[in-house]
Design a protein around this ligand. Structure first.
Ligand code: PLP
Length: 442
């Protein structure tokens, strides 16, 4: 499941300490990055990266205290639970929305959002093909049709013009994925949504703490969905939050995550929904994690900006493109190679960077979502896709193409960013990228 963030914190540490050991066996004194030679480490030259970043603990005393407090409760169920109340209160400080529901995952938050928005059989939902598959699972379970639009070259987010081209009379919603925590062009998307009476859903799973033109991420679309899965900026192992300011959808969030019941009055089930509840132990941890968010978001933003600054003039490289007035929170950093600008392919470039001591990886997900076998075979429910059999859609994922989304996966390189990294380390990673890019420049 977690292949999308496949350089985990643990692997990153194992990798860098191994490199440190190797380098301390070799040279006793390492030269600063700026003066290291141009001979690649892969060819026996000096490494560009020689500092280590020991990871800091992501949870500790604060979480322990809150969990102890929770153990005094009679019930660990979410309904009227004090941990849940605290989590939702603190969530509103980060994303000021009127209605909030905490749930079992980001995937659940997104399913609740599309269910609350009234998305149903044959409805079309335009979204990004380069994202976690959880973005579209709820869409498909509502028997609606994901329509994938292409992405910006350096932003890796929805290209608004391509979204507009894909709007049909069946389109009901847009899910804007803030990939890696880089805000989408929300004003343009909101304007487009309002013009066509579409619902704009923000997938903020990778964007905790991000800001669009100074405004909190999640507060511009009609609905906002967050994930608390272990690999995200803050976590309780697994969890999610969905929120909205819209009075049409707000009252439906909780029943859409709790079997269709609002728990007030009689045990009736006015709408159909599954159980996506979050328990009090998870809420307790998540509530404390929110107090750590600002420092995490600020640090990742600073490191990502620094990397862009330092590789901006590297030949053949397209840095991660962020609007200057936005705060991106770099769940990871993703730059692209212009393939024609180099005498080597991506895998050699990545190997060269690895030898320099920069723990990077080629690509993100293997293929755009529509390239996955279940999409290519339209085999979503028992090997079948009822809406297609019923004639409610003519969608054929074997004919679907988003050229830029496809090329970003074959020419992009992912640099892990973690809050415990130092500016010195990132500067050396940048020096490694500069060195390798210059070495292989065509
Ligand atoms: C992680 C993620 C999801 C799904 O969240 P889960 O909590 O893993 O279900 C959805 N969208 C994006 C962009 C994600 O990164």
């Amino acid at each position: 499941m977690n292949r999308t963030n496949s350089i985990s914190r643990r692997e990153f540490v194992a990798g860098t300490s191994g490199l440190l050991m190797a380098s301390s066996l070799g040279k006793a004194v390492a030269a600063p990055a700026s003066t290291s030679g141009t001979k690649l480490a892969m060819d026996g030259g000096e490494k560009a990266v020689h500092v280590q970043c020991p990871p800091t603990a992501r949870w500790g005393e604060l979480e322990r205290k809150r969990l102890e407090n929770m153990l005094g409760q009679d019930s660990l169920f979410y309904w009227q639970g004090p941990q849940t109340k605290l989590l939702l209160e603190r969530f509103r400080e980060v994303c000021p929305v009127k209605y909030v529901f905490n749930c079992s995952s980001g995937t659940a938050a997104l399913h609740i959002a599309v269910n609350a928005a009234g998305i149903g059989p044959g409805d079309e939902v335009i979204t990004s093909p380069v994202t976690d598959i959880g973005t579209v699972i709820g869409v498909l379970y509502q028997q609606a049709v994901p329509v994938f639009a292409d992405l910006g070259k350096g932003t890796h987010n929805l290209d608004v013009k391509d979204v507009e081209r894909r709007i049909t009379p069946k389109t009901k919603a847009i899910i804007a994925v803030h990939l890696t925590g880089n805000p989408c062009d929300l004003d343009a998307l909101r304007k487009l949504a309002d013009e066509h009476k579409l619902i704009l859903i923000e997938d903020c799973a990778q964007a905790w703490g991000a800001k669009y033109r100074g405004r909190p991420i999640g507060s511009i679309g009609h609905l906002a969905c967050f994930s608390l899965q272990n690999s995200k900026h803050i976590t309780c192992g697994d969890g999610g939050v969905v929120g909205t300011n819209d009075d049409r959808f707000g009252p439906l969030l909780q029943p859409c995550g709790d079997k269709g019941s609002n728990r007030e009055g009689k045990r009736t089930f006015p709408l159909f929904a599954t159980n996506y509840r979050m328990s009090e132990p998870q809420a307790a941890v998540a509530a404390v994690q929110l107090t750590r968010l600002e420092a995490i978001a600020a640090k990742r933003n600073q490191l990502g900006k620094l990397l862009t600054e330092k590789i901006a003039d590297a030949p053949g490289i397209i840095p991660h493109e962020v609007h200057p007035e936005d705060r991106a929170v770099y769940w990871f950093y993703y730059f692209r190679m212009r393939p024609e600008a180099f005498r080597c392919d991506r895998s050699k470039f990545v190997r060269a960077l690895g030898a320099e001591g920069a723990a990077v990886q080629g690509g993100y997900i293997k293929v755009p979502l529509y390239g996955e076998e279940v999409f290519q075979k339209h085999a979503f429910f028992g090997g079948r896709w009822p809406v297609k059999e019923m004639g409610l859609t003519t969608m054929d994922f074997t004919k679907h193409h988003c050229p830029n989304a496809e090329s970003m996966l074959t020419d992009g390189i992912r640099v892990p960013i973690f809050e415990y990294m130092t500016e010195e380390y990132i500067s050396q990673v940048a020096a490694a990228i500069q060195k390798v890019a210059r070495h292989y420049a065509a």
